[in-house]
Ligand binder design. Structure first.
Ligand SMILES: Nc1ncnc2c1ncn2[C@@H]1O[C@H](COP(=O)(O)OP(=O)(O)OP(=O)(O)O)[C@@H](O)[C@H]1O
Ligand SMILES: Cc1ncc(CO)c(N)n1
Length: 275
């Protein structure tokens, strides 16, 4: 019998195409040697061409999944992805307080403020933005917005690396302990620089920009790799540096799928040996 591995929790939506969302999270946890536990928020109808619909899980069922996992199995860190509605966000905030998930509590909490798929299909109702800002960000150890989410949440349009620092400061004012601004959408930048900020220090996380359109699930993969490292006891700068190294390799190994946009590879660490 082996000893129990580190565990992490993803609170997120499913992607029937298997590229992003909870599927990307679970594969990333697995690749990092972390047992994946899940609280499903929504079931999306999705493939490489986009999202054509989703069904939400009742908020009390989302909260019950969190309680069931944390009180029995225990987790070293938790993350959120697609949350869909204000009601689900409130239920998550309440459950997190009950079981000790959040900044200053036992279980670090990574909040990825997913608002839309990379095709632009909405994954969060407009009236849920206040819930994210008011109920989740103040509980977050880390928030990981992309530049579209920065605009939605703060009104700031980032067009340069200097603008990323303004965005980090504005996001920090919304209450999280740490902010990671992702630079993947800054097309004018020949590299992919992310920025980590804790209200005082700025850490630049440089990375190459690969010439590929197959980046579906990149944000989920980054946040899950960070969560895996936190579940193993890393501090935030270490965890984020690991997450960036992991996602760079994942984008490099991205693969085409279907007729649209393929996913980053969450299993680049595994060999491609025949059966
Ligand atoms: N073409 C690329 N080459 C290398 N790294 C990239 C590329 N695009 C994005 N990244 C990196 O991948 C991570 C995710 O960034 P991005 O800004 O794309 O997030 P996102 O929009 O939330 O992702 P998603 O595609 O899941 O919605 C960041 O570390 C970013 O720097
Ligand atoms: C379920 C789900 N979560 C997150 C994303 C964004 O990557 C997506 N496309 N689908």
């Amino acid at each position: 019998m082996s000893s129990t591995p580190p565990r992490a929790l993803t609170i997120a939506g499913t992607d029937s195409g298997g590229g992003a969302g909870m599927h990307a999270d679970c594969r990333t946890f697995f690749s990092c040697g972390v047992h994946a536990t899940t609280a499903v928020t929504a079931v999306t109808v999705q493939n490489s061409l986009g999202v054509t619909g989703f069904t939400e899980i009742p908020p009390e069922v989302v909260a019950a999944q969190i309680r069931a996992v944390v009180t029995d199995i225990g987790v070293g860190a938790a993350k959120t992805g697609m949350l869909a509605s204000a009601g689900i966000i409130s239920a998550i905030a309440g459950a997190c307080d009950e079981v000790g998930i959040g900044r200053g509590r036992e279980i670090p909490f990574v909040v990825d403020p997913v608002s839309a798929s990379m095709h632009g299909d909405q994954l969060l109702h407009d009236d849920a933005l206040d819930g994210l800002r008011g109920e989740l960000f103040p509980r977050a150890s880390l928030v990981t917005p992309n530049l579209d989410e920065v605009r939605l949440l703060t009104g700031i349009e980032v067009t340069s690396r200097a603008g990323m620092l303004d965005a980090a400061k504005a996001m920090y004012e919304l209450g999280p302990q740490w902010v990671l601004i992702k630079g993947g959408h800054l097309a004018s930048d020949p590299d992919c620089m992310d920025l980590l900020y804790d209200g005082a220090d700025v850490v630049e996380l440089p990375g190459p920009r690969f010439d590929t359109r197959h980046t579906h699930g990149g944000g989920d993969t980054l946040a899950s790799a960070i969560t895996s490292a936190l579940a193993k006891g890393a501090d935030m700068p270490e965890a984020v540096a690991f997450g960036k190294r992991f996602v760079v390799r994942a984008v490099e190994a991205a693969y085409p799928l279907g007729g649209g946009v393929g996913p980053v590879s969450n299993f680049w660490r595994l060999s491609a040996d025949p059966i």
